[in-house]
Design a protein. Sequence first.
Length: 272
Amino acid sequence: MLIKRKSIEAEANHRSGPKAAVIKKANRKPKFAPVTLSEFDGVRFLHFGTEWVQGAMRLRKPDAIELEYAQQMMAWMLFIDTPDHLVQLGLGTGALSKFSYRQFANARVTAVELNPSVIAICESMFKLPLNDERLQVLEMDALEYVNDENNHGIADAMQVDLYDATARGPVLDSAEFYQACAACLKDDGILTVNLFGDHPSYTRNLKALRFAFDQVLCLPEVHEGNVVAIAFKQRKTLDFDSLYERAEQIKASTKLPAKTWVNGLKAAGNPK
């Protein structure tokens, strides 16, 4: 993800020595930034050795989605109520994968993460369940996953959140990448992707998304930078009365602020 905040972990180090857990990098290529943690006001944060937040978990509610942008990544729920297969590219703290695994008891959930230390710390510090018949966390490159024809046409929804320690925009953002993502979706599948609005990568990603998908809508910016784009493999006619009804159902069953998603879609209009 991409939220800039003063590093609590760095402040703690400055005052009284190291207090954040550090997972050593695996001896492999590519080289990964160190995975570090910080905690503040009952929330545990994941960093890649910088002030950029890569994910968060409220300690008292480990299966809830803490951050607003991550909640918006679930906006495909407005259109799909009983998914069979959900795919997450970029594990972060596992918030989206955990939520989907708990919320959709009959769905398969696949998460793809290149950094083995992120997977390990999600299991040890962020309550990520171990792999079973419904949950599969794969240590592999997201580009390799989407280009594998065995993964084409299998996902109802895909959530893309691919940032590294430099936080200079998604690490995969080409039209070819998004075309491969679209190929992984079923005909009526939906992709949500975390973009950074105040960055040159934003326009580049939107252009690539609109090349690969039939319709792309953006929700309002949150966290002073994050913009979640919703990409439809097939164009939708937005019935806002029905969407508001669906939003109420989502709020009642999950406590997610789904009405704000509909408000955002309504404000976005219906661009290509």
